[in-house]
Write a protein that binds this ligand. Structure first.
Ligand code: FES
Length: 259
């Protein structure tokens, strides 16, 4: 790991450009910064402020001058974004320490489920060549990444069968990931999403002796490293300050207590 170039966080107003895709629980929104350009390095996040509500932490995926937000309805603010995305929102960011891995790998495997998808997409172009293993709880939560132009060159995308069995097939994104490690000569992986995905990815990395960088979920409140809400338990790390991705070795204590 090495220090990432620091980009000072700033507040920017955003205007809704397009609702790119929506299902019952998820929406893919394109917002365009008003009056200013904003650069989000890989694996950083923003506090997205919806007028009349509190700010929520979301990772934007830069596309041209726009920021793509993949929002899952898990509370009142995200439900509002999914069901009736406001024309104007505000974003404070970039927050987090960004992608700090400089080692070249023969092949990266990125693993994501519905809640880690945006984080995984944000590092896709920083860690290539790569395979993305993507899964979701249900068929209607699988975002059609290729149709939306969210997958660039040099990345091979594989969908795991949804956990609800709605599209046939068996196995989770973790078993797909293990298969890819065995068959493709993967020598490093990243994982973002639910505890199940993070724990499974850590087990696969340990079993096959490969590097792993993990972005667990944590409750983010201030986003600036002073409230302690996003503490990754006994690891002594804060997700908002030290993440979004952390080395598996650094998270050893968290993994031991959470998996
Ligand atoms: S959210 Fe406050 S310290 Fe991380």
């Amino acid at each position: 790991l090495s220090g990432a170039p620091y980009t000072a966080p700033r507040y920017v107003s955003l205007e809704l450009e397009e609702l790119l895709w929506r299902s019952r629980q998820l929406a893919v929104l394109s917002y365009r910064p008003l009056h200013a350009e904003v650069v989000y390095p890989p694996a950083t996040f923003s506090l997205l402020w919806v007028p009349g509500h509190e700010a929520v932490p979301l990772t934007p995926v830069p596309r041209g001058k726009s920021l793509i937000y993949i929002v899952r309805a898990v509370g009142p603010v995200t439900r509002r974004l999914v069901e009736k995305p406001p024309r104007y929102v505000g974003a404070i960011g970039p927050l987090g320490s960004g992608w700090r891995v400089t080692a070249l790998q023969k092949l990266w495997l990125h693993i994501a489920d519905g809640s880690g998808l945006a984080t995984a997409l944000s590092v896709l172009q920083a860690a290539t060549p790569a395979v993305l293993a993507y899964g979701a709880r249900s068929g209607d939560e699988l975002v059609p990444l290729e149709d939306l132009g969210l997958i660039g060159g040099g990345v091979d995308l594989l969908y795991a069968a949804p956990l609800d069995g709605s599209q046939g097939g068996v196995g989770s994104v973790v078993s797909l990931a293990e298969q890819l490690v065995e068959e493709r000569g993967v020598d490093a992986l990243t994982a973002a999403g639910s505890r199940h995905v993070i724990c499974g990815a850590a087990r696969v990395a340990e079993k096959h002796g490969i590097k792993a960088f993990l972005a667990p979920e944590a409750r983010v409140r201030c986003g600036l490293g002073f409230c302690g809400k996003c503490s990754l338990s006994c690891s002594g790390r804060l997700l908002c300050r030290d993440g979004l991705y952390l080395d598996r070795g650094v998270l050893g204590c968290w993994l031991a207590s959470s998996c």
